[in-house]
Design a protein around this ligand. Structure first.
Ligand SMILES: NC(=O)c1ccc[n+]([C@@H]2O[C@H](COP(=O)([O-])OP(=O)(O)OC[C@H]3O[C@@H](n4cnc5c(N)ncnc54)[C@H](O)[C@@H]3O)[C@@H](O)[C@H]2O)c1
Length: 348
């Protein structure tokens, strides 16, 4: 039997998730709620996202139940899983309310911008009947999953260095421009860079400390637009860093990259390149090898994984609510390092 989905928030990410559910036979999209009267009436056009207005023509949102409030959606007996794609500052309280109503919950990242709230939500999830998974999509992104396995299997020996980079034009499409209010979104640090912070923890474990530099004021008032972090590990020969920013020119678009130097090879990922993962061996080969990964996205695969866990009545293990809360805490440590210009210890 398919899992019945109720979507909360039909913006960039809500529409992305809707498209994924419509293509996944394990799911049935049945209901939604959005506070925008136009979207509530079934017109999902406009706003940001890769689906644009064409999405409205591909399927008719009027075939779904449109709830006036989140509470109504949580009380809907035809909904098994609530998918929360609200602006970040609304995540915590809505996750807790949906779990209290007995639903399974998929919540967009970040779980919160406040480590204490994130911990409280994780604690609530532990006691809940339903499962909570936070959509830390990089853990499911095919080329990133490949990297995780290569590091874990020591496929090319030990890692000497890993550099992650995520850079974008300033996001301008969000509802009431909430994303450029640091108090509501946590700025580029919690919205964009947390993807890399979470993945660094996933692959290399908890760092002992962080050292970050960053600046702001161009895109986000009072927040961080651009950050560069070194994650400091017990092994001083392991260099791990991540750079993230969203203050590039509007014509710049989006880049997502990593370069990892192993003992016996170097791997390089570039989302915008035809062969996304290149493997460079010290074997005398003139051309780098293109690594074939499944053609999918972390967004589609995280949803599929959660649906599979629910069908098997298993708790998701790839990412847990405690994990999501620890990533929030690590980003908070990075923010403290930017503010103090000091190395900040990390004790999760
Ligand atoms: N995983 C990723 O790659 C990724 C990418 C983009 C955004 N996100 C995350 O997804 C979340 C949503 O971001 P977005 O870009 O879709 O935002 P958005 O502004 O495009 O969409 C938010 C939607 O929520 C609705 N809304 C606001 N308050 C509401 C309420 N109280 N009740 C019901 N509806 C309400 C708005 O009308 C809007 O349609 C954020 O937490 C963001 O960090 C994740």
């Amino acid at each position: 039997m398919s899992t019945r989905i109720g979507l909360l928030g039909i913006g960039f990410m809500g529409k992305t998730h809707a498209d994924i559910y419509l293509k996944n036979s394990k799911a049935k999209l049945v209901a939604y709620c959005d506070s925008d009267p136009k979207k509530a009436a079934g017109d999902w056009s406009g706003g940001g996202g890769n689906l644009g207005d064409a999405f409205g023509k591909a399927f008719d949102p009027k075939t779904l139940t449109s709830h006036r409030t989140a509470a109504e959606l949580f009380a809907d007996p035809h909904v098994d899983l609530v998918d929360i794609c609200l602006p970040t500052y609304l995540h915590g309280k809505h996750v807790i309310a949906a779990l209290a109503a007995g639903k399974h919950v998929l919540c967009e990242k970040p779980l919160s911008t406040d480590p204490k709230e994130a911990q409280a939500v994780a604690a609530a999830a532990k006691k809940a009947k339903g499962n909570l998974m936070v959509a830390q999509c990089m853990r499911f992104w095919p080329e990133w999953e490949w990297l995780k396995q290569a590091v874990q299997r020591k496929a090319y020996g030990k890692v000497h260095s890993a550099v992650f980079r995520r850079f974008a034009s300033t996001p301008t499409w969000t509802w009431n421009n909430w994303i450029l209010n640091a108090k509501l979104s946590g700025s580029a640090l919690f919205d964009l860079h947390i993807h890399d912070t979470d993945f660094v923890r996933y692959v290399f474990g908890e760092p002992r400390a962080v050292f970050s530099v960053g600046n702001g004021g161009k895109a986000t008032k009072g927040g961080i637009d651009h950050i560069v972090t070194s994650y400091l590990y017990k092994n001083k020969n392991l260099l791990v860093s991540a750079e993230g920013g969203w203050n590039a020119d509007p014509t710049y678009g989006f880049t997502m990259r990593y370069t990892v130097v192993f003992e016996k090879a170097t791997v390089d990922f570039d989302l915008g390149r035809e062969g996304k993962v290149l493997l460079l061996h010290k074997t005398g080969a003139k051309e780098p090898e293109v690594v074939a990964c499944r053609a999918s996205t972390g967004w589609a695969d995280e949803v599929d994984y959660f649906l599979e866990c629910l069908a098997r009545k298993q708790k998701p293990k790839v990412t847990t609510p405690e994990d999501a809360a620890r990533s929030v805490a690590l980003v908070q440590a990075e923010l403290k390092s930017v503010r103090t210009r000091k190395v900040v210890p990390f004790k999760p």
